[in-house]
Design a protein around this ligand. Structure first.
Ligand code: BES
Ligand code: MN
Ligand code: ZN
Length: 512
């Protein structure tokens, strides 16, 4: 059920005369902008009186909703708190706009006009960011996790009008809007794929969807079934798949936006469409949300569609390993020794540490196929959530400059990433008596030993591993975001590709 493309208009008209169901303005907790002072005058000082009474929204994302508002053409008015204007960045902007948009999209067919800038800061860069985030927030706010409900609780906006100041060119605004719209669309794709249950999204259907996306976005698709996976010696991934009645798939999607040879960036995703834990069976509580265990794969694919839609001049591949981790007479077992694609033997000590087994083979494949710069994404460990909480992505790498590129990209786009240590002493914790490596370490440092396990399969490539077990899937809805899948890291990956497009050899030539 595709959402109709959002209708966005850019105008320089005076905001008090712009027609819309809702007019939205930002309000600073400390100092009022000229627009807010003008509104206060239109309302005969009502805002000043509210302020004295302590009833104005002041905190970031707080709303004051006036269902009717004299003096303006729009039907109603929403004031959204932007916190302290000096802290205004991509993350703050997203929180304020997502909250405002989500307030409006509970009703169908609404039109919204947004007055820019939201704060008193009106540099081109900030205005561009606001245009982009507004379009993205409008698209994302229109899709809920209630895909299977008779009555939807979220609805796409009928139209979004951006009221821009004279200083911003309409062309710049439109380009930013387009970027926001395509990012919002990619984020919604990820959310939809993750939110759909494992009975609908399993390796074959995920792969089919990739095939459709390839046609839609002008990508090349290569899909391997279990026979090819066997020929390709993907023994670790196949072991995980063996317990399921649903056969595995490996999908490689390629976008070529540059004439340069080779691949500038490979995105590798964990695509466990359901993680029961296998014979090391999870409890009901821990299994409950494990339809989300293919979020890494969905994110890799989603980011690639955004990169393709933006026609960035880079060559990017997404590799996703798709399996179900299930219990049956054919399940892989504790004590099994697996033969990974790169020749490494792996002793299985816990069948619930399956994501790293899938990634081991898929990472090795990407590297074999000449990818010198790799980012993998995985809902890999509960330990990462213990370490960093539900909002931060854990970052692990083998090349400081490449890790820095990804960290800085996240910061620029307002996503939360924290780099974790990769000291060699963690390697010892994975030593096995019977094979080259075992698939779990001791309890402590579990996110790091998982990353250390992956490192054995990336060869000489520049590699970053992003553990999104915390932020990929939200237990509950909040005013600023819907519960369920979040689409985290799509923006960051898009920014990394944007950076590579500007400086393809940044930070250094790949070694492979
Ligand atoms: N898919 C889980 C990790 C996970 C946990 C994702 C919570 C999202 C939310 C992964 O396959 C897993 O089961 N990891 C184990 C590893 C352990 C057996 C070493 C874990 O974290 O307990
Ligand atoms: Mn698991
Ligand atoms: Zn898993």
């Amino acid at each position: 059920m595709p959402i109709p493309p959002l209708d966005v208009t850019v105008t320089r008209a005076a905001w008090e005369s712009v027609p819309a169901d809702w007019l939205v303005l930002g309000i600073d907790s400390a100092e009022w902008s000229s627009d807010i002072r003008k509104l206060d005058a239109l309302l005969d000082g009502a805002l000043s009186r509210k302020k004295s009474a302590g009833e104005l929204p002041t905190k970031l994302g707080e709303l004051l909703v006036l269902p009717v508002c004299p003096g303006i053409t729009a039907e109603g008015l929403v004031l959204v708190g932007i916190g302290e204007g000096r802290n205004w960045d991509a993350a703050a902007c997203a929180r304020a706009l997502n909250t405002a948009m989500r307030h409006v999209t509970v009703k169908p067919d609404r039109s919204l006009a947004l007055v820019l800038p939201l704060t008193d800061r009106n540099s081109d860069q900030i205005l561009r960011m606001e245009c982009e985030r507004a379009a993205e927030a409008a698209v994302v706010a229109g899709l809920g996790q209630d895909l299977y409900k008779r009555d939807r609780s979220r609805h796409s906006l009928r139209s979004l009008t951006l009221v821009i100041p004279d200083s911003l060119s309409e062309q710049t605004a439109r380009v930013a809007v387009e970027e926001g719209r395509l990012l919002g669309t990619a984020i919604n794709l990820v959310r939809e794929l993750v939110n759909r249950p494992a009975s609908d999204v399993y390796p074959e259907t995920f792969a089919q969807r990739c095939d459709q996306l390839a046609t839609e976005y002008g990508l090349t698709a290569r899909i391997w079934d279990e026979n090819v996976l066997r020929e390709q010696r993907m023994g670790a991934m196949l072991a995980v798949a063996s317990g399921s009645d649903r056969p595995p798939r490996l999908v490689m999607l390629e976008y070529r936006g540059s004439d340069r040879e080779g691949t500038d960036l490979a995105l590798v995703g964990k695509g466990v469409t359901f993680d029961s834990g296998g014979l090391s069976l999870k409890s009901n509580e821990h299994m409950l949300t494990m339809k989300c265990d293919m979020a890494g794969a969905a994110t890799a694919v989603g980011a690639l569609t955004a990169i393709a839609a933006a026609r960035l001049p880079v060559n990017v591949r997404a590799y996703v390993g798709l399996v179900e981790n299930m219990v049956s007479g054919r399940s892989y077992k504790l004590g099994d020794v697996l033969h990974a694609r790169n020749g490494t033997t792996i002793e299985v000590q816990n069948t619930d540490a399956e994501g790293r087994l899938v990634l081991a083979d898929v990472l090795a494949l990407a590297v074999d196929e000449g990818c010198g710069r790799v980012i993998d994404l995985a809902t890999l460990t509960g330990a990462c959530v213990v370490a960093l909480g539900e909002e931060y992505t854990g970052l692990f790498g083998n090349t400081p400059s490449w890790s820095a590129t990804v960290r800085e990209a996240a910061e620029r786009r307002g996503e939360l990433v924290w780099e974790m240590p990769m000291h060699a002493l963690f390697d010892e914790l994975l030593e096995s008596d019977v094979a080259d490596v075992k698939n779990v370490g001791p309890r402590w440092g579990g996110a790091i030993t998982a990353a250390k396990f992956l490192q054995r399969f990336v060869g000489d490539s520049q590699w970053v591993h992003l553990d999104i077990a915390g932020p990929a899937f939200a237990a509950t809805s909040k005013p600023h975001r819907e519960g369920g899948a979040t689409g985290v890291m799509v923006r960051t990956l898009f920014e990394v590709a944007t950076q590579l497009a500007e400086t393809p050899d940044h930070p250094a030539s790949p070694t492979a």
